[in-house]
Ligand binder design. Structure first.
Ligand code: CA
Length: 399
């Protein structure tokens, strides 16, 4: 017989991995520097077990990418992990990654694995009867500050963008958010006018951030960056193509404004390059893409090894928002102090049914922010602490 401290054999087994791609037409088209989009998608993953317990996860990847990822989840990953213990998260991760490595160390295979890994963490925390953040080492904070992003591009002229951005920025501040983030991508001169409009909209004592979604060459990014220095922007996100790591580093050295990015980087090996290259003032890992929570924790640890603060990239449904609330709760302050700058939750203020209506009990981040002056609380139930509504899923499922 085993000694008392020996871990019990859960004997629980994974029986099925099912993914759901949800889609709806947006009331109005939204744009960023690369494209306009008229529909929103979300890709949820559920891992089922022989004891009836279910874990939920989410994969990053919009539109038809989500449909391709669904095939990877169900046809490639599922057969590799059925029959395994859901607590064996690292074993599962290594087994799947090692066999997919020859077919893609970044991008869609890793996005697909991310949703499965998150569902295994949800299951593990439910088995332990603990909130996810407790499983990850405990909560440094039970509520997190929230920044509201909006100010998307539309098919309208620069002058209309300028007027709308100023108004929208003021509205996001008025709604209670701690800071705000805008898109750019009209070209250097117009983008600088947009940033000036947002500064006017929020006033002098409020942080605003600028997201280029990697539309610039280094030279143009430098010109915009110097203008952002004058305006006191808090960060300049994805200024240049993610492949241009030297460009990131040169911007970081030249600008006062924080250089941020990393939402399209994958696994510890991808992040190693960004961090050792001293490319970022602020790291923005996307847990639903980079390899799930197991891999996120390694990237977080590596970022903090470099004393680089992390403000996670957040996109998707209420499942992704909930995962990130737990990640933010469990994140140590860097470097520490009486008045540290707290990591923030990224919150998309545009129309998103999959965040607002997916759960039987919605998170109501907007309401929380309004009532608390800019904070969201961390779900307290076991696992992610959220339960997707199956009727809602059935209504929007396209696959
Ligand atoms: Ca971004």
């Amino acid at each position: 017989s085993r000694a008392g401290w020996w871990p019990r054999d859960t004997s629980m087994k994974i029986t099925e991995v099912v993914s759901h791609v949800l889609r709806y037409d947006l009331p109005e088209e939204l744009g960023y520097s690369q494209q306009f989009y008229a529909a929103r998608t979300a890709h949820l993953v559920e891992v089922r077990t022989d004891e009836g317990l279910i874990g939920w996860g989410e994969c990053f990847g919009p539109g038809n990418v989500a449909l391709a990822n669904k095939a990877i989840v169900e046809r490639v990953i599922q057969p590799l992990i059925v029959g395994r213990d859901p607590l064996d998260r690292e074993v599962v991760w290594h087994h799947v990654y090692n066999l997919l490595r020859d077919h893609g160390q970044k991008g869609m295979p890793v996005q697909a694995l991310s949703g499965v890994d998150i569902a295994l963490w949800d299951l593990s925390a439910k088995i332990a009867g603990l909130p996810l953040s407790k499983m990850m080492g405990g909560q440094f904070r039970d509520r997190v500050p929230v920044y509201g992003y909006g100010m998307m591009l539309k098919r309208e002229d620069a002058a209309s963008h300028v007027a709308r951005f100023r108004e929208e920025a003021a509205g996001i501040k008025e709604a209670g958010f701690k800071a705000t983030k805008m898109k750019i991508g009209l070209g250097v001169a117009d983008d600088i006018r947009l940033a000036e409009a947002v500064r006017l909209g929020v006033g002098d004592d409020f942080d605003f951030m600028v997201d280029a979604n990697h539309c610039y060459t280094l030279g143009d990014a430098m010109r915009v960056g110097h203008a952002l220095d004058e305006l006191g922007a808090y960060w300049f996100e994805e200024p240049v193509a993610p492949e241009d790591q030297e460009g990131y580093h040169e911007l970081r050295v030249a600008l006062d404004t924080n250089v941020s990015g990393g939402e399209v980087e994958y696994t510890r090996w991808g992040w190693r390059q960004l961090l050792e290259g001293r490319c970022l003032d602020i790291a923005q890992p996307e847990v639903c893409a980079l390899g799930g929570i197991s891999e996120y924790l390694k990237v977080l640890s590596m970022a903090h090894t470099h004393l680089t603060p992390v403000v996670p990239h957040v996109w998707g449904s209420a499942v992704a928002v909930s995962v990130n609330l737990h990640l933010l709760a469990a994140m140590p302050p860097v470097p520490g102090g009486l008045n540290p700058r707290e990591p923030m939750l990224e919150f998309d203020t545009t129309h998103n049914l999959f965040r607002d209506e997916l759960l039987a009990e919605p998170l109501d981040i907007q309401g929380q922010v309004r009532r608390s002056g800019g904070y969201a609380s961390v779900p307290s139930g076991p696992g992610l602490g959220v339960e997707p509504d199956r009727d809602f899923i059935a209504r929007y499922e396209v696959s």
